[in-house]
Design a protein. Structure first.
Length: 440
């Protein structure tokens, strides 16, 4: 028998075996629903749509997308699920899973499929991305995106000031900011969002706290420690920048999503923001600095650099038509097609399948075509889900902590209405009392 015939027979045996395994697996599935629906982030049809189309073609189940901007997702999800509306999947930010899980608004994936099946799906992802959709002994979502905060700078402005390299430390960044303002090249050094009752305030304090090598909680998470020496240094650092005028007072009133256009207009040398800024910066309809900017790592203070992880994945609603079929749809959404869709939208950043970054050339990707790929891969080496990091990943009453305890105290201190130590001590005492009565 020729080798060609033998190879053909082996392929037939493999295909038959695979089909039989799939058929046995489907025999274990409940009856197919006619339709599954997804509450989605408004860009996710482009990012995950191809995987969904493959699922629809293979199983004959219609998938309905209900798209919303990020700022509307929380209200839409909680209103729909609490009201009993039929929803199968929804986009779960990594900041929400502990809280939504505790409220019974998400189904633990480890209670829908076997430990072995879930582990097989998780093998494809960066470990940190599985961690950031898991809490209190359960995995609440399949990771889909791993947003990071990046450091953008106006390379042409820095060159005009005599700098060939971006700042490596915050001392250098602030000195360059002062020079740019003094020379009339910029109005401010950068424009952050430090408002109260909003996630951006938490993000910024977390960045500076971790750069100062500080912590939110102690090692075993039994005590809040953000009011210690490191926490005070962090808030003093932020207030000094604000009082000197290196950032505008409007930073206390605007979000990071509202103010990045100042960087795009060429009016400031630096922008620290989520990766979405890259795509807007290279769009000539939105940006005046298309050929003038570059991206790198956030400068250091006591730590060399730091970034925190956002993003998230898709979770299964308790009001789903079928948990089992919803999980299968999740699997299809978060395969190679979905990861490459994310990379297309984010210039090479934010996908969660590790092999694509380790062997990107095997997937036909180049650094010229995906310029954020290399920076993001480097960020993933130190952007782990740290036990001392932002408490959104493990605190079931995170919204209460953020909106009514911590950021109002931070705001009072930044506005000079209250002494920094006093403001942090009051917030710590209130948070500690709640921790002791509610737990994590």
């Amino acid at each position: 028998m020729s080798k060609r015939i033998m190879m053909f027979l082996l392929i037939l045996v493999f295909l038959f075996s695979f089909t039989m395994v799939e058929a046995v697996a489907l025999d274990d599935m409940p009856e197919k629903p006619d339709k599954l629906s997804i509450i989605a982030l408004d860009i996710d049809v482009d990012q995950f749509g191809e995987g969904v189309e493959i699922f629809e073609e293979e199983y004959g189940i219609e998938v309905e997308w209900m798209e919303y901007p990020y700022g509307d997702l929380w209200d839409q999800i909680t209103t729909s699920v609490a009201g009993g509306s039929t929803v199968d999947l929804y986009m779960m930010s990594r900041s929400w899973h502990a809280e939504l899980g505790q409220l019974g608004m998400a189904m633990p994936l480890d209670e829908i499929v076997s430990e072995e099946e879930l582990a097989e799906v998780n093998e494809r992802f960066f470990d940190a991305t599985v961690e950031f959709v898991s809490s209190h002994g359960h995995q609440w979502a399949i990771p889909g995106t791993a947003a990071t905060v990046s450091f953008f700078y106006n390379e042409s402005m820095l060159n005009e000031l005599g700098y060939e390299e971006p700042p490596a430390t915050w001392d250098e960044l602030l000195d360059i900011s002062r020079e740019a303002i003094d020379e009339g090249l910029a109005s401010y050094g950068f424009f952050p969002g430090w408002l109260a009752g909003h996630e951006d305030g938490m993000v910024w304090f977390d960045i500076f706290l971790r750069l100062h090598d500080g912590r939110w909680m102690n090692e075993d998470r039994t005590e809040w420690v953000f009011n210690d020496e490191k926490g005070v240094e962090t808030l003093e650092f932020m207030k000094d920048i604000l009082d000197e005028g290196l950032i505008p007072q409007a930073a206390l009133e605007q979000t990071d999503w509202d103010n990045y256009h100042y960087f795009l207009s060429g009016d400031q040398p630096f922008e620290i923001n989520w990766n979405f800024v890259y795509q807007t910066a290279i769009d000539p309809d939105q940006s005046d600095i298309v050929d003038d900017f570059a991206v790198g790592h956030i400068p250091g203070i006591e730590r060399e650099s730091y970034t925190l992880m956002g993003g998230g994945g898709y979770a299964i609603s308790p009001t789903t038509r079928s948990p089992e079929w919803s999980f299968k749809l999740l699997d299809y959404m978060h395969r190679e097609e979905g990861a490459l869709g994310v990379m297309d939208e984010q210039a090479g950043a934010e996908a969660v399948i590790e092999d694509i970054y380790l062997n990107y050339e095997d997937y036909g990707l180049t650094l010229d075509e995906y310029p954020m790929l290399e920076v993001f891969q480097e960020q993933m080496e130190y952007a782990s889900v740290e036990p001392y990091g932002r408490p959104s990943g493990y605190l079931t009453w995170y919204s209460e902590f953020r909106d009514n305890i911590f950021t109002p105290a931070m705001h009072r201190a930044l506005q000079g209405e209250q002494d920094i130590q006093e403001a942090l001590d009051e917030a710590q005492e209130e948070a500690q009392n709640m921790l002791e009565s509610e737990g994590l």
